[in-house]
Design a protein around this ligand. Structure first.
Ligand code: LFR
Length: 513
């Protein structure tokens, strides 16, 4: 039996998960769970990176107290955010939260200097105003003093890994989400293999795009060695070992972008599959062997994020359960306490298809009063706004399910494939109404499970590196055998078909076709 540790950090909570592999079955045990609370300071929204480091250490201590012998550990988290180290490896400030307002309006300013089509052509990454490229450009334009001292750009898991090991690496899957990484030619890694492919040395093609980096006011020297998932990127440092009284545990790079790990854990048996990683965000798409960078992918704002083992994720970000979470917070602020099951039950009892939102409207990106913003959206689009929590939650969940149908259809068009169902992974699968409505909206079965996709994806890449699985497909079969998958068959297809037409008109998405 081999026991390993996966840290999976989400935008609202993190966990340390033990993984055990016995007789070709995976078992997980949540060792430590903690909230991740962004902190607003001096008008800016930050991640509390040292608190996160503290929680990682608590996870290690809990493993020690249980007498666990860990063969390795790895970290995954949300993407795009980063911190800087200065001279001597000093941390320069606290990383900004991707929902901070400093990138508002910045995309168009950058496009006035570098055309959007060029940025997309070089990176294949969808435009989201919080991508690291826009954050860095905003920092450079604002004359942010951190950049004067900066020597190393490290993304959230890179930074935490650095604190644990003292080593600085940029992990590949997260690096691609910066929108400064060129998967085809790159700047420094031109010799890494065929365009967009995967060479025998287990390194993806491409590399940091030094020219793009320079043109946004950043320095290529900040961006370091790109580590592939499955490579060893350090060992717990002597000072961490001493502080915690633990042994020298090897630290591996995995698909450190949580979505990369979640997709690695999709229990698909067939190479052609569609997934929906469902949590704070909904990420819907398919896995491809090389990036699909063309005019249509750009027009529909699909992305090509790097994955484990030379794959790419052709997918679209959909705002996801964030809107519902923020509604709940807002009601709580007003003294109305609802649990998620209560809200979902109320939604089930509300009138169907009364109003629709496009969850990806800019209105819904920043934290705040979502019930008012939904009202504002409905006023703007000439719809009667939903009134009361049940109707509001129904509007959100139906709109999400219909937006999934829209994005799944586009995934089929852009990838030239047809899918006979949708794999749903992540905590969002506990929202059974959303699973059911998604099956109805897409008119195909939904296969829901596992719920801890990112943590499991993190674990299997560690085990593949250790030779416990021969490849990702063997690991996916084992996931399939180890965790339950709930099947939702589509129902009421005519009603949902009709609702889809109304959704497209209300949200103006029909114009996209
Ligand atoms: C999901 C996720 C998405 C990314 C968003 C912001 O947790 O990683 O893939 O677009 O968070 O980083």
């Amino acid at each position: 039996m081999t026991t390993i540790l996966a840290y999976d950090l989400g935008a609202s909570s993190g966990r340390a998960m033990l993984g055990r592999l016995t007789d070709n079955r995976i078992a997980t045990e949540e060792l430590h769970r903690f909230s991740n609370d962004p902190v607003r300071a001096a008008g800016r929204l930050h991640w509390d990176i040292l608190r996160l480091l503290h929680e990682l250490k608590q996870g290690l201590l809990k493993a020690k107290h249980k007498g666990e012998k860990l063969r390795s550990l790895a970290i995954d988290s949300w993407a795009v955010d980063f911190g800087f180290l200065g001279r001597g490896g000093e941390l320069l400030g606290n990383p900004y939260h991707y929902r901070d307002a400093h990138t508002d309006g910045v995309m168009n300013k950058l496009f006035a200097e570098i055309p959007a089509s060029e940025v997309f052509g070089r990176t294949g990454i969808q435009f989201l105003q919080f991508n690291s490229i826009f954050q860095l450009y905003a920092m450079a334009k604002a004359g942010n003093p951190i950049l004067e001292q900066a020597e190393h750009f490290l993304m959230i898991p890179d930074l935490l890994r650095y604190f644990l090991t003292g080593e600085k690496h940029n992990e590949f899957t997260n690096a691609t989400t910066t929108q400064l990484y060129n998967p085809i030619s790159g700047g420094r890694h031109k010799d890494n293999g065929a365009a967009g492919g995967w060479d025998k040395g287990n390194r993806a093609a491409g590399g940091w795009d030094a020219e793009l980096i320079r043109r946004i006011g950043a320095k290529p020297s900040w961006f370091g060695h790109v580590a592939q998932p499955g490579s060893v990127v350090g060992t717990l440092s002597a000072s961490v070992m001493e502080e915690l009284g633990v042994d020298a545990i090897p630290v591996l790079a995995v698909a450190e972008h949580d979505t990369g790990s979640a997709v690695a854990a999709v229990p698909a048996l067939n190479r052609s599959f569609a997934y929906l990683s469902c949590g704070t965000w909904s990420l819907i798409g398919t896995e491809v062997d090389s990036p699909v960078i063309d005019e249509r992918t750009q027009r529909f704002n699909f992305t090509n994020e790097g994955g484990a083992y030379g794959t790419y994720r052709l997918l679209k970000n959909i705002m996801g359960l964030w809107i519902l979470n923020e509604c709940r917070r807002e009601w709580e602020r007003a003294g109305l306490l609802y649990s998620f099951p209560e809200l979902v039950k109320m939604a089930g009892e509300a009138a169907p298809f009364a109003a629709f939102i496009d969850p990806d409207d800019d209105l819904f990106l920043p934290p705040g009063d979502m019930p008012s913003r939904i009202r504002q959206y409905c006023d703007r689009t000439g719809q009667r706004a939903p009134d009361g929590p049940g109707a509001i939650v129904r509007c959100i969940l139906e709109s999400l399910a219909l937006k999934y149908r829209y994005a799944l259809g586009l995934t089929e068009t852009l990838s030239g494939q047809r899918f006979d169902g949708l794999h749903m992974v992540g905590g969002g699968i506990h929202n059974t109404l959303l699973c059911r409505w998604t099956a109805n909206a897409i008119g195909k079965p939904v296969w829901a499970g596992p719920d801890e996709g990112s943590a499991i994806g993190n674990l299997i890449v560690q085990w593949i590196a250790q030779g416990e699985f021969s490849d990702i497909w063997e690991a996916r079969r084992t996931i399939r055998d180890s965790f339950p998958v709930t099947v939702y068959e589509p129902e009421a297809s005519e009603m949902w078909e009709d609702a889809y037409g109304r959704f497209l008109r209300a949200t103006r998405l029909e114009a996209a076709f």
